[in-house]
Ligand binder design. Structure first.
Ligand SMILES: [Zn+2]
Length: 278
């Protein structure tokens, strides 16, 4: 049986938008249209699924190293999805590595999963902070925002509330990150070593790097000129067209091109070869 490598990540790992590089009439036409996931989802067919899976970096790594990649079946990517992916594997004895491609902190459930039954999670409908911030920035007092305002004795969205919400966000972010790191340590003890790939979001990249557990395990990315960096923003600088929207602007799809997937694969392969003797 082949060794397995888990690739937990978001839409960048899943390969959103790669199907736009299929040279058939359907996809050539689509390159001129708005093509984010709500539009692309409706157009999926067997060919697009196979093309995406074949060209995303987990498969490119697998082809080169003769391993089996494990990727979450749906587009998305928050910590709870990683838990669903990894905790559902019955036999982990042939899992050799776990790669976690980091995303945005504020897309996570406040207490990591929807299984939490605390008052906060129940009253905010497990809404990730990113969704609450969106409502607050539009001055909308949704039931979830109202619950948090009541916790802080605030009656309106004003400077006082925003200050308190900012502090609250920092607590939630730390809490969910620490819960996830605890989970990673458990996986390292029971399954395989964990490695991180930096987030495409510059703010989040800075956030994640404040955790030594994460920065110590973040892999080098191989730039187009052959030099290496751990920072995603320095990695993509060396590509003329790192994202789909750089080649097909009308798509507005900010996901990696096939070329960028090839370099993500190259980075993982080199890391495994140099550190684990593949
Ligand atoms: Zn909770």
């Amino acid at each position: 049986m082949k060794d397995k490598i888990i690739f937990a990540g978001d839409s960048f790992t899943w390969g959103e938008g790669l199907e736009l590089f299929i040279d058939s009439k359907k996809w050539i036409n689509q390159r001129e249209l708005h093509s984010e996931w709500p539009e692309l989802e409706l157009l999926q067919d067997e060919e697009s699924v196979l093309f995406r899976e074949k060209n995303r970096y987990p498969t490119l790594v697998a082809d080169e190293l003769n391993i089996k990649p494990i990727v979450y079946p749906d587009n998305g990517g928050d910590f709870s999805q990683h838990l669903k992916l990894i905790d559902c594997i019955e036999d982990t004895s042939d899992v050799k590595h776990i790669f976690v491609q980091l995303s945005q902190i504020n897309r996570n459930f406040p207490h990591l999963t929807q299984d939490c039954r605390c008052t906060l999670c129940m009253n905010t409908g497990w809404k990730p902070l990113g969704q609450l911030i969106y409502a607050i920035s539009e001055n909308k007092i949704t039931p979830e925002v109202k619950f948090i305002m009541e916790v802080f004795n605030c009656e309106r969205i004003d400077h006082e509330f925003l200050g308190k919400f900012l502090q609250y966000s920092k607590w939630i972010n730390r809490y969910v990150t620490e819960l996830f790191i605890e989970k990673c340590k458990e996986w390292e003890d029971t399954i395989a070593p964990i490695h991180f790939i930096d987030s495409w979001s510059a703010d989040d990249s800075n956030y994640w790097s404040t955790y030594p557990y994460i920065s110590d395990r973040t892999i080098d990315l191989v730039r187009k000129d052959g030099t290496r960096t751990k920072k995603w923003r320095d990695f993509i600088k060396t590509f003329h067209h790192p994202y789909i929207s750089d080649i097909y602007p009308n798509t507005v799809n900010g996901h990696p091109t096939p070329e960028l997937h090839q370099y993500m694969a190259k980075s993982v392969i080199l890391y495994l070869k140099e550190n684990f003797g593949y």
